[in-house]
Unconditional design. Sequence first.
Lengths: 362, 285
Amino acid sequence: MYVAVKGGERAIENAHAWLAEERRGDPSVQELSLDQIREQLALAVNRVMAEGSLYDPDLAALAIKQARGDLIEAIFLIRAYRTTLPRFGASAPIDTGAMACDRRISATFKDLPGGQILGPTFDYTHRLLDFKLAADGEVPEAPMRAAEADDVPHVTDFLNREGLIEEAPQDDTPPPDLTREPLEMPADHALRLQALTRADEGFTLGLAYSTQRGYARNHAFVGELRIGSVPVELDIPELGFAVEIGEITVTECETVNQFKGSKTEPPQFTRGYGLVFGQTERKAISMALVDRALRWEELGEDFVGAPAQDTEFVLYHADNIQATGFLEHIKLPHYVDFQAELELVRKLRRDAGARDMQEAAE
Amino acid sequence: MTDQAYNFAYLDEQTKRMIRRAILKGLAIPGYQVPFASREMPMPYGWGTGGVQVSAAVLTPEDTLKVIDQGADDTTNAVSIRSFFERTAGVATTTATDEATVIQTRHRIPEVPLREGQILVYQVPIPEPLRFLEPRESETRKMHSLEEYGLMHVKLYEDISRHGHIATSYAYPVRVEGRYVMDPSPIPKFDNPKLGEMAAIQLFGAGREQRIYALPPYTQVVSLDFEDHPFEASKADQCCGLCGATDSYLDEVIVDDAGGRMFVCSDTDFCTARQAAGHRGQDAA
């Protein structure tokens, strides 16, 4: 016997209680602290800050803990928190030329002013499971050297002196903000970069990879990849000058792309640009490749129908919070719509059956 | 963080003002999709973030809120959204359609006719009725502005030539005041006739797609059809097993392992009220 189900409320409460218990896991195992997550799962924290669009390692660590390590869920927690925060102002543009670099490499020049700095990278590690780490995570101190005090110039500036790479003229137009204005097409360069920097890492990586495999190939060289901290300055109207309010770590990738020239442009290299919060190298390189692919129109290239060239396709599907929300919502009840479909299919089958009978009779 | 740390109905006042402007614009141009800067909400996209933002923007402390999903007040997501507004706005809530001043709904219009002074807020997944004919937003916006709806009629015609019927059973497109073609959200087409000439205000919120649209009271809303294939509001050809109603939209419920089934009102408040008034269906206890 069917009775209209009451008890949604209790079911939800119980589910939440169970979830909290599962999150904690075996209580005889020591609980994770936020410090541990922030310090030892730093790359997860960085991804959550980047795609959550909020630079706060402690909150990102909390979100990761609360989300049981599901990074998209953690990003969602950060986004939902961020949207409630008041806006006091906008910072001055950061100067990555003045970055205190932890890592700075160029794939286009063997040596260059500022030097190649490998930094803390997985690049040349052998991916062998380190069973010692399972027992003992203590490490010997890494060798130290005094940091260079000088600014590290951008590789693209060297190419620029010869006119070999397209100009990237300074533009002081305040950039649009897709968290405050609806995303509408056409999207200018600044808006595309904002969407890409908070886009899902996996989606961006897949698109970037597709350009390397021939879907709008753009022959990218990593002109430069740098990771380090930069000061953030805010103009205080009451003071009349900018004040440093803190430091953030960012990853910047500038690609140098082959370009044969078009009707309007002489042959020269073109640029792709990626800038992402934290040490987020894979994402920054992917972003630069996708950025370059999306610039086909302003460079007078052909639209070859590749997904990475299609601004509307890329920007409308790159946000993992939107994507996962809509994807997962199909597990919510759809009884009413399904019932309507059921009636329709039954009716169509009845009609088809009647037609067959009639044809057989004829 | 305590609930008091958030503004009334969660959203800050600037955001509400932005949403109210979009709502007013929507009411001024019935059926037109107004872009708005949808915020991340503390529930996922697809769970009704558009509806929740619209409700948050129109709620006042004196309002009485009802939330339904699939017609029912006790569906888990309806419970969750109702408790969200109980916590963040402290408004009175109800399951009785006639007591509510704001009703947020997913996939249904209540059976009891709404009256002036009530607001019906729809949760909308895909606001663009032309989306599955043309995936590009830049194109569909152009089609709306040029009133170029031929493609939609061709689609409906193809349905008829292939199946003998228009094969759309929910989210059935409508034309508003002879101008905009509008997606009524995934309500069954049984509910379509209630959209037109409704005394209440109807607001539609699509959070992920960042669109709001609206139907002011007593707006003409016509379901698309052809002269020789007129629109037909369909439902299961049964009556409610619990209250015996013959004119309400029914859910089909499988009741045993042998595939036995019964039909019950999808609108739980309607069904309960009828049972309280002494109506009994054939399966009532």
